[in-house]
Design a protein around this ligand. Sequence first.
Ligand code: FE2
Length: 322
Amino acid sequence: MIWREGIRMALAPNTPAPATGLTTTAAPFIEEARAHREIYIHQPYELYSDDNQATWGRLIGRMQDRWGRYGNRRYLEGLDKLQLSPARIPHLEDINRFLQPLTGFCARAVTGYVPSYLFLDCLRRREFPTTVTIRDSAHLEYLPEPDIFHDVAGHVPMHTDPAFAEALVRFGACAAAAARRVAATADQHEKLRRLTSNIRAMSRFFWFSVEFGLMRASPGARDGDLKVYGSGLLSSFGEISHAIEAPEVERRPFEIERVVNQPFEIDHYQPLLFIVDSFDHLFALVGELEAWLVAGKLDDVAGGEPEVKEADLASFLAAKHD
Ligand SMILES: [Fe+2]
């Protein structure tokens, strides 16, 4: 990998590791890789500073009670299987040694934002794009972009569960169906209009399930008996309890039509959350999403957040698909 050698040259042999380590938005290693338009990288473990390591320990340590109280059972089992330790930031290689035999999934290091088709296509191949930087120790609650705590402690334990893993793979298949459909649309204006709507719908579905989903504690559980499986909640010290306890949060059964038309904002606690019954239910819902997409029922979803970036559109238009 050409870029990787380039980065190594930039940092070695006589250049000391930057004092900032691998802190989110302040990591020269990541800036350099992004400048070379690289998305997939290795985890430059030696660059983590003592402060980065201490931040990981604090983040893991303060979540233990909350995970036990609010976390979905499958998530808690996943944490056990991965043996995440507060003592040190995990090596992705070690994570993958535990993870791959269970569901075929692996965590793959990236520089940060991945355009949406590439992200979802990774899921189809059972690769999870994983950020390797960690948030600034002075702002544990502030997250300008995902970090390794969100990705590894929030997402990856879920990937040990076969039913959840299949739902993610199916999400990738849904993106592939969108790319095929858009390629078959001749009119350029209509192509972009449909694609923008389809991406918005898939983003909203992903947000209200994989990132912020709630699940009934057990099949047939009482309406109020809920657990968290969304990774945005599982990696948030404040919001995990708010999602379950706060009376002002509206919690509704997951309905595709409502979800794909529901704008969301990322800079405050979510006022509205959606509930699935099980991961088999989630898997079925993703299949339904794909059927809706193929039938053209996601071509005119409500406008509003999230914004669809040029890079997201371009990633779908450039998709290589069967
Ligand atoms: Fe996430």
